[in-house]
Design a protein around this ligand. Structure first.
Ligand SMILES: [Ca+2]
Ligand SMILES: [Ca+2]
Length: 338
């Protein structure tokens, strides 16, 4: 009599397992030799024939390889998840961006990349008589002379700050004469308070210490060692060569540096636009002073030098004027100091 069907099935399974085990041993490469095999030289895996009536079993793709390097070489790597590809792309872009910023920092000139280069003149420490003598034509009572010592040297800009420089820092051009579309025109129509914002922003971007000159620093630079009404001498005879003022200004600003400079190489100290200084307005000290800064407080700030709209007398080295720090004018700008 035949065996119980269950017993026969069990026997068949045992035989199959033994066969599979045997074939597995034969087909498995010697672990010691695997490392020198190239994928081409690897033997084909032995075919596994399912036993009759059995459904072939498939290993789950994520099951860890049984032996090894052979499996690693033959199997295609599992595709990376999408999130990993996205993360890789994001990290790559970030790294490139950081490198670009770093390279830009290395190549950046001392001004912002789009800030036109400007020049400064070194003014050495020294002494001078500030104000004007009673005999000077056009003088006013607030110009009482006194002796000033400037104990430190400083850099004073050769030119008035231009519209393009203001635009580069502030992103806008508020000048009344912006309509003339010449970037070398001096900036005007900016209040003392707005000038402070410009300087603060420029210094924050550049790590510099630009500021407005004090009134004493301005006059010392304007005089360039002279004591006459103008840096080129007395009288208005040469004023037209050295300044844009009421007689030649045509009621407009003009590109900076287009008249003769003074002996220090400073342009437009007389005329073109008036120039804000640091000091609050007030009377001069009585007696000599070192590094005068003006009154500690006040309601108006000093400006100097006359403009395209003023007469010659207002362009004198000693002339003083003042205005509330919130006010602007189409003939009022500034130059930088540091
Ligand atoms: Ca000027
Ligand atoms: Ca005056």
């Amino acid at each position: 009599m035949g065996k119980n069907p269950n017993d026969r099935f069990a026997t068949a399974v045992a035989l199959r397992d033994e066969l599979l085990s045997y074939m597995g041993e034969r087909g498995r490469p010697d672990p010691g030799a695997v490392s020198v095999l190239s994928p081409d030289s690897l033997p084909e895996p032995p075919p596994l024939e399912p036993a009759a009536g059995q459904t072939p079993t498939l290993e789950a793709p994520t099951a860890p390889p049984q032996s090894s390097q052979k499996t690693l070489l033959v199997e295609a790597p599992a595709p990376r998840p999408k999130w990993m590809l996205t993360l890789t792309a994001v990290v790559s872009v970030a790294v490139i961006a950081i490198m670009a910023v770093f390279v830009r920092m290395l190549l950046t000139p001392p001004w912002p990349a789009d800030f036109p280069q400007t020049d400064f003149v070194w003014i050495a420490p020294g002494e001078f008589t500030m104000g004007s003598p009673d005999t000077e034509a056009g003088r006013e009572p607030d110009e009482t002379q006194y002796r000033v010592t400037l104990s430190s040297g400083y850099w004073l800009a050769k030119y008035e700050v231009t519209q393009e420089q203001w635009q580069a820092v502030m992103g806008a051009n508020p000048a009344i004469f912006a309509t003339l579309r010449d970037p070398k025109l001096p900036i005007e129509n900016v209040s003392w308070d707005e000038v402070q914002l410009f300087i603060k922003k420029l210094n924050a971007a550049e790590g510099t210490d630009f500021r407005l000159p004090t009134e004493a620093e301005w006059e010392y630079g304007c005089r360039a060692g002279t004591s006459a009404a103008f840096s080129f001498g007395e009288g208005n005879a040469r004023l037209g060569e050295c300044a844009w003022y009421k007689e030649n200004g045509q009621t407009l600003t003009h590109p900076v540096g287009t008249k003769q400079p003074n002996a220090l190489g400073l342009y437009d100290m007389h005329g073109n636009v008036k120039e804000w200084c640091q000091d609050w307005a007030g009377p001069y000290p009585v007696g000599p002073a070192t590094d005068p800064q003006g009154p500690e407080t006040g309601t108006a700030r000093i400006y100097r030098g006359g403009s395209w709209g003023t007469d010659g007398a207002t362009c004198r080295s000693a002339d003083r004027s003042f205005l509330a720090p919130t006010k602007q004018g189409s003939d009022l700008g500034f130059r930088l100091c540091r």
